[in-house]
Design a protein around this ligand. Structure first.
Ligand SMILES: Nc1nc2c(ncn2[C@@H]2O[C@H](COP(=O)(O)OP(=O)(O)OP(=O)(O)O)[C@@H](O)[C@H]2O)c(=O)[nH]1
Ligand SMILES: [Mg+2]
Length: 235
């Protein structure tokens, strides 16, 4: 069974389109509602999703609660995408097929400058998405091109990762753990569109960018120290 997990915080303007867009490509759609105070949950249900509630704020917290539900449903493959309309659900089959064909455990939707709609990312966001993979490479040798919200993973591989970051460090932890577990990974270029409605929570505000950037750098530094100490101890 293929389950889509969509973290959502106040995405009433976008959730129905995202759910309806991805629905035909998966067996179940889970919207992980991060305590929205708008009509996100109701619109998600009406569009055909199952809604799980994660009252504690945080991108990672919302993703982890969605993962827990996917496990209960005994998903074989989990597809993650954002709820702001920036990921194009029509790219889902290209992310899913290497996993379904058995040639990859993880597929990452990479946003390149050519595949990104003008204005879809702020300069700060572009810089962050350029810098973070470079720091990650320096820290542990992991090579990635992006910090992708749109990705698919085999359930058995996801279970190996032991993910726990409840905030903006979620994606970085995901990638580091995938590298450590030597998952067969494919990076696949996907579209990045402008948020289709509603308000930006991270990159659109200075406070959000600083908080997310700081958290991402802290998680990278933690993994760098861990990988040094492993080298130092010969393991
Ligand atoms: N920022 C943020 N997003 C959350 C949270 N919980 C769930 N989300 C969802 O996570 C996804 C990514 O958040 P976005 O606000 O789009 O973050 P972004 O793509 O970095 O930046 P913008 O699109 O410019 O806001 C969206 O679907 C949000 O609704 C949370 O606590 N904080
Ligand atoms: Mg976004």
């Amino acid at each position: 069974m293929i389950v889509a997990v969509i973290p959502a915080l106040n995405e009433e303007a976008n959730v129905a389109d995202v759910v309806r867009g991805v629905g035909p490509h998966v067996d179940r759609v889970i919207v992980s509602d991060n305590g929205s105070w708008d009509a996100t949950a109701e619109r998600a249900r009406r569009a055909g999703a199952e809604v799980v509630l994660e009252p504690q704020r945080g991108y990672g917290a919302a993703c982890l609660t969605g993962i827990a539900r996917a496990r209960e449903l005994d998903a074989d493959v989990v597809l993650f995408l954002d709820c702001d309309g920036s990921d194009d659900p029509e790219d889902a089959p290209r992310l899913l097929s290497p996993i379904l064909e058995g040639v990859a455990d993880l597929t990452l939707g990479v946003r390149t400058s050519e595949s990104t709609e003008p204005g879809a990312m702020t300069p700060v966001q572009r810089f962050g998405n350029w810098l973070a993979p470079r720091l990650m490479h320096l820290a542990t040798g992991a090579r990635y091109r992006d910090l992708p919200p749109f990705k698919a993973i085999r359930r058995s591989s996801l279970d190996l990762l032991g993910l726990a970051d409840r905030g903006y460090g979620f994606t970085v932890e995901f990638l580091f753990r995938a590298h450590a577990e030597r998952l067969r990974t494919q990076e696949i270029v996907v579209a990045c569109r402008a948020r289709s409605g509603g308000k930006s929570k991270i990159s659109g505000t200075v406070r959000g960018s600083v908080r997310a950037g700081g958290k991402i750098i802290a998680v990278i530094a933690r993994h760098a120290l861990r990988s040094r100490s492993r080298i130092g101890s010969g393991g």
